[in-house]
Design a protein around this ligand. Sequence first.
Ligand code: HEM
Length: 173
Amino acid sequence: MFFQKRTKTKAMDLTNYRGVINLSSCTELEQQVNMLHITVQDLQYLNALQPYVQQHIESIVEDFYTMIMQKAELIDIIEKNSTLNRLKGTLRAHILEMFDGVIDYAYYEKRVTIARVHVRVGLRTQSYIAAFQTIFDSLVKIIEQQISNTMDQLNILRAVSKIFHFEQQLVVE
Ligand code: HEM
């Protein structure tokens, strides 16, 4: 047999997952949401993945810092501005929040502030985006292992890609 037979599974029912977009009359936020085509359904898919992200958060954070620890420039930024333990805590909370299923002004403002913190500590955009890719790779692994329906996998990947781009746009502004 050349092709592996995939077991057909039912697609997820999104009814009980949170999906809230509240633009709060903020033009920049509205533009970003529209340009990235972020929908309530995307946010529900993110929220559906949240329990799996929670379950694997330690390994996501570990993979992230393994990547950082390979670059002297990044170690230097951490040593000058923070501690590894503190950063692990903030990163954990930050990642989980991406899967709350809510985009509103508070979410946007918080992300803008965090992007500015990274500019302040001298993190290059190139490294910031590479760091996102490391987290994205960890999430792809989780989606592959935990989500059995192929359409659900694609819809979740699309949603993750949008929420990641949302944040990366803020730092390249
Ligand atoms: C601060 C997340 C990449 C170094 C922070 C904070 C968050 C965060 C949530 C806390 C901001 C605050 O004080 O309110 C992220 C995310 C990243 C990322 C999501 C990329 C996916 C990096 C990288 C470095 C780094 C690659 C490399 C050195 C720092 C430093 C601070 C910080 C030094 C300041 C901490 C402080 O003020 O104590 N980051 N980070 N971050 N991050 Fe990142």
